[in-house]
Design a protein around this ligand. Structure first.
Ligand SMILES: Cc1cc2nc3c(=O)[nH]c(=O)nc-3n(C[C@H](O)[C@H](O)[C@H](O)COP(=O)(O)O)c2cc1C
Length: 216
């Protein structure tokens, strides 16, 4: 049996915390080992958007979130943003892939500038230098030229920019459907298998479907 994938996950203080929490749940359900860090702003936004208090103490946070996701012992570890002893802080022990979901324009800019001023920025910096998958889910609207330039810079450095922009071609019925659409795209980029909604063309019988008619 192959070793489970280790995913470094970060929540920063952008709107869209339901995406981050659902992603955590799906990674643990897929038997990944998850290293999690979140910013102070992410704690504020999580309380605002989801009514959930993310504890400041990493150990307490690990207990709470593992229980919330029914994760077996040892699968989830929460790290403080100033924990430079965390494995993800070094290129000698990086995760297999990393996602920042949601990602603020501030954190995006810091990574684009190579600041590495906290564990989230440093872990992202490590992923880029080690050429491992880094998936950013940036949320802001409208986007300024600075935001766009930072995203282009990061895309050129190897990051996948996956904005939380759901499609409507699967006829979503609920907010959860919209959230899952975005989380599915993030899981795809991380290389984690999932069954979150149908894929385009799935269930299509033959190749004689008329142009413009879809059964997805
Ligand atoms: C409720 C709330 C929603 C926010 N939404 C966004 C957002 O969508 N995008 C963004 O870039 N910043 C947003 N911010 C501002 C960031 O949280 C702020 O810039 C913070 O300093 C980012 O720090 P971090 O990147 O360390 O999390 C929001 C703040 C709050 C309180």
């Amino acid at each position: 049996m192959s070793a489970p994938l280790t995913i470094m996950l970060a929540f920063t203080g952008a709107s869209g915390m339901p995406y981050g929490l659902r992603l955590l749940e799906c990674l643990l359900a897929a038997d990944c080992r998850v290293w999690l860090a979140y910013s102070t702003a992410a704690q504020i936004v999580t309380k605002q958007e989801c009514g959930l208090t993310l504890p400041a103490q990493p150990r307490e946070a690990t207990r709470l979130l593992a229980a919330r996701c029914n994760a077996p012992d040892g699968r989830l570890t929460v790290f403080g943003c100033d924990d430079w002893n965390a494995p993800a802080a070094s290129g000698s022990n990086p995760a297999d892939a990393m996602a920042i979901c949601p990602c603020t324009m501030g954190t995006l800019g810091a990574i684009a500038g190579g600041l590495a001023d906290n564990l989230i920025e440093r872990a992202a910096d490590v992923m880029l230098k080690e050429r491992r998958p880094l998936v950013l889910v940036p949320r802001e609207t409208p986007l300024s030229a600075i935001h766009l330039e930072n995203m282009l810079k990061l895309a050129r450095a190897g990051a996948a920019i996956v904005p939380p922009v759901p499609g409507f071609y699967h006829h979503p019925q609920t907010v959860d459907d919209l959230v899952d659409f975005v989380v599915a795209r993030v899981l795809d980029q991380l290389g984690v298998a999932h069954r979150l909604g149908p894929r385009w063309g799935e269930g299509r019988g033959g190749s004689d479907t008329a142009p413009g008619s879809h059964d997805a």
